[in-house]
Design a protein around this ligand. Sequence first.
Ligand code: GLU
Length: 472
Amino acid sequence: MNKKAVSFFETVQTNFDKAAALTEWPKGLIAQIKACNSVYQMRFPVKIGDSYEVIEAYRVQHSQHRQPTKGGIRYSNMVDQEEVMALASLMTFKCAIVDVPFGGAKGGIKIDPNKYSVDELQRITRRYTVELIKKGFIGPSVDVPAPDYGTGSREMAWILDTYQTFSKGEIDAVGCVTGKPVNQNGIRGRTEATGRGVYYGIREALSYEDDLISLGLSPGIEGKRIVVQGFGNVGSFSAQISRNEGNAKIVGVAEYDGTLYNPDGIDIDALIEFKKENKSIKGFKGAKLLENKHDWIGIDCDILIPAALENQIHADNVHQIKAKIIAEAANGPITAEAEQILNDKGIMILPDMYLNAGGVTVSYFEWLKNLSHMRFGRMEKRFNQNTYSSIINAVERLTDKSINASEKKLITRGADEIDLVRSGLEETMVTAYANIRDVLINRHKVKDLRSAAFINSIDKVANDYISMGVFP
Ligand code: GLU
């Protein structure tokens, strides 16, 4: 069994136990909340080239205290049962923190997607979906997958098409998966959602002046030096939005094949374009390529955003960190051992289950859109626009002054789907941070944001079980 994945699962369990010990819930209830309820391990043959390959895959539903269960599907060589169990557990707590009414789940296929053609990936994805259908592990009211590491809207479209083939007449079938392309019943703003949520989360953490004194940081994200490890979907949007909307300075970007550094800040829009064309960040002119690609860990910065895979910050490299805040855009990037060291040093950790919850939050909006069979904003956009125009006209009439045309256009604009998605996501991230911070400040013995986040979600899940009458 993969050693790294075992320790990731253990890390999640250790973090859970540490937080659960600070609550008053009965032992049995805590044990139920911790357990992974349903684990489906599968093997299926797929024709690759001239021969058949037996594919190893999983779907884990950690908790059905709310349904459907929800969570992404990852394609990676590191996938094994324990990794998927760890990720499914995190999904339960993630959904609870941001008040998304789902249980947690996760799927994984043990493949390196770069080694397969698009055709082969399609065959693997469709066959995996059929396996899920056969065992009742997918459906808009049962379990709803989404993208994760190594997958994107293309894979979700294949899943949707396969599901629909087998669900004739099911009116809500398109809600069986989220993260779909916009023209395939997806929602605007889903692709950027996790990265945008990371930005809102960091911005919130930096808005509480008192919390920053011990870190020696001034309030506000503007001008903060950020290093991003991992420049895939989550890393690139986190960096781009932090820079373009928050005026942060991205001084380092690390990928599996190299690390870029520029103390004056990297032009992220240009780097995204460069990576699109070259499939790598190496060779980008706007920054220096470090000799050792692992040196991202020690770059002098204020905020380090690990946005790749789990276990990237461990006992052997944790001492090199100069950042004052670690913002976990990835799931489980810090091992339990490293976490202890970081906590002792007083470094602030913004925990994954809060910080990267933007993805599932917008997935929730997509699912709601699918069930309502209507784009957000369709009913009220014109009505609002007309109301705002009437107000402006009345103000102009009463004051005998006129507002210039471009200002008028801005004020009278009705919200489109993307505006509503972004505002819903921002509201979600702001409120959730305030709730977690409240636990940290007001609950006796809680010393770090991860435990506070766990406690916040354990309380919500526990209350659900109690109101179901499962634990009277
Ligand atoms: N895979 C993402 C996560 O880990 C998104 C899950 C979803 O949208 O259901 O949060």
